[in-house]
Design a protein around this ligand. Structure first.
Ligand SMILES: Cc1cc2c(cc1C)[n+](S(=O)(=O)[O-])c1c(=O)[nH]c(=O)nc-1n2C[C@H](O)[C@H](O)[C@H](O)COP(=O)(O)O
Length: 509
């Protein structure tokens, strides 16, 4: 039994809006005005199968959790009939464009270089740029406003130089270190990045499996496409110490408490509270991509319904309306009261706040970060903040009270070593692992991690450092770090140099 394609297709407007998700029918008529992503994106799929658009942006348990059971109308009788009806339906210009993009991507994937032809993290970016859907690429690559901080995150590393030691026996180099007590094989971790299924159908579990293979940490995002339990199940056993939770704090603290305590019960080892996003940044590439997918003239439904075009929302803003902008220092004791996990503030952007966090006695660490440039544009690079932070902590005898991490713009082992020399305990890496996942799945992330480890081993050897503990500020020259000579940095390296698709002959042409 079940609902026929014909019956479902008759509920395709604001008065009565049914959608299909993974073979089941849902009446979302009353939910339309509440949808954080606006009504248009739902009405685009009214009366038909919305699964392909729904899955990358929503964890699998979303409808069970948030749509009243009375609106769960049951299974579709015949999905083939639904597909056939959709095939014959007149397509909107946006859908025609989407179909053309699918063809382009299929062609690009056929000509994709093998994963072993990627020799550094930026190579994965070059491949991903070609094989990803525009909306997915826009979401991952975008940053706030003019993307100055995005480029400064890279440029800052290029303003710090090494002072290598010589004649040190570096026959054996050890990359391992400890992060909140857990021994890890290398000083980098997979940082939290939302909507993994935009890049790969298996989403964040690709990152989980590669991190487990390499014994490095994965920070699980609140806004993951996969459910939290799917990711923990993919982490191969509760014993592994390699899962942290990244938290966007919900206005409803009861929801936040449940998320934290469930994560602790499942074996997460640390709680990272994101503090740089009381509202998600204005990422214009993401906003434009969403508008293009929905049609700026509005879909046929929109025109007939006279809906105002809601072009204030990219994917980012659409999924984050629950975040509590009132979160403040006074809330820290409450977090301490609901969990025994180490508490880390992610997105700290000046030394005074690091000192204040350490002095509360409630915080076990910070991540110096400008959110990959996706929040406040012209927020400084984490490397520059690190250079002012560690002396401030040492001057107050606080440098052993908390662990300091950085993220943003790290693409090479030399970037990692500069951060560790300046006192970071470890570094988070975002986009490169997303691009590697989008292009090659688990094997891509695995390759990216192996490449980083190869670079680290070589660079430590050349720097004259046998272990992570051998890294210190005396090995770097930071005199140029705060100078910002190039004003608005241009990242020609990412644009013109790293491209595994070009043969050397083409590159040198
Ligand atoms: C690239 C990216 C970053 C996101 C991210 C999504 C993407 C696609 N998202 S976001 O949608 O809300 O902005 C998150 C997130 O869920 N939570 C968070 O704490 N940081 C988020 N970040 C920031 C991330 O944790 C790092 O701070 C940033 O990625 C480091 O810069 P690189 O990408 O250059 O390594």
């Amino acid at each position: 039994m079940g609902l026929s394609a014909k019956e479902i297709s008759q509920h395709s407007d604001r008065q009565s809006c049914w959608v299909i998700v993974r073979g089941n029918v849902f009446d979302v008529t009353e939910f339309l005005p509440e949808h954080p992503g606006g009504e248009k994106i739902i009405l685009k799929y009214a009366g038909r199968d919305a699964t392909a658009a729904f899955d990358p942006v929503h964890p699998p348990d979303t409808l069970d959790k948030y749509l009243d059971k009375s609106k769960h109308l049951g299974p579709v009788a015949d999905m083939e009939a639904v597909a056939a009806a959709d095939k014959n339906r007149k397509k909107t210009p946006e859908e025609e464009a989407e179909a053309a993009e699918e063809t382009r991507i299929a062609e690009a994937r056929k000509n994709m270089p093998p994963v072993d032809s990627c020799y550094n993290l930026l190579d994965f970016e070059a491949v991903a740029r070609r094989i990803m859907k525009k909306g997915a690429w826009a979401y991952y690559s975008s940053a706030a406003d003019d993307e100055i901080s995005l480029r400064e995150n890279r440029a800052a590393f290029q303003r710090v130089w090494f002072r290598p030691r010589i004649l040190i026996d570096v026959e054996r180099v050890d990359l391992s270190t400890r992060m909140f007590g857990a021994r890890v094989s290398a000083p980098f971790y997979v940082t939290a990045t939302a909507l993994g299924k935009l890049g790969h159908p298996d989403g964040e579990t690709c990152l989980t499996k590669a991190a487990a293979r390499h014994q490095v940490v994965q920070m699980i995002p609140t806004l993951a496409s996969c459910s939290f339990d799917e990711i923990m199940d993919a982490a191969e056993g509760p014993g592994n110490p390699y899962q942290w939770l990244q938290l966007y704090v919900n206005k409803d603290r009861e929801i936040t408490r449940k998320i934290i305590q469930h994560a602790e019960a499942r074996g997460c080892r640390a709680l990272f509270i994101t503090v740089d996003a009381p509202q998600l940044g204005r990422r214009e590439k993401d906003m434009r991509a969403k508008e293009a997918a929905l049609g700026d003239g509005g879909s046929s439904v929109q025109k007939s319904e006279g809906l105002k075009s809601d072009n204030s929302q990219g994917a980012a803003r659409a999924i984050s309306s629950f975040i509590d902008p009132s979160l403040c220092w006074d809330d820290l004791p409450w977090f301490r009261s609901v969990t025994r996990l180490p508490i880390i503030l992610k997105g700290v952007q000046r030394a005074e706040d690091v000192v204040r966090a350490a002095e509360t006695g409630l915080v076990d660490g910070v991540v110096l970060s400008n959110h990959g440039g996706r929040q406040l544009d012209f927020a400084r690079s984490s490397l520059e903040v690190l250079a002012e932070t560690m002396p401030a902590l040492r001057a107050r005898g606080l440098d052993r009270r908390i662990e300091v991490y950085v993220d943003g713009g790290l693409r090479r082992a030399t970037d990692i070593l500069k951060a560790l020399c300046l006192g970071a305990k470890g570094v988070g890496i975002g986009r490169p692992f997303l691009y590697a996942m989008s292009a090659y799945g688990v094997d891509g992330v695995d390759r990216a991690m192996s490449l980083l480890k190869d670079e680290l081993e070589m660079d430590m050897r050349l720097l004259g450092a046998r272990t992570i503990d051998d890294l210190g500020p005396e090995l770097v020259d930071t005199r140029s770090l705060g100078s910002h000579p190039n004003g608005v940095p241009d990242d020609y390296l990412a644009r013109d140099v790293y491209d595994p698709l070009q043969t050397p002959a083409q590159r040198n042409a």
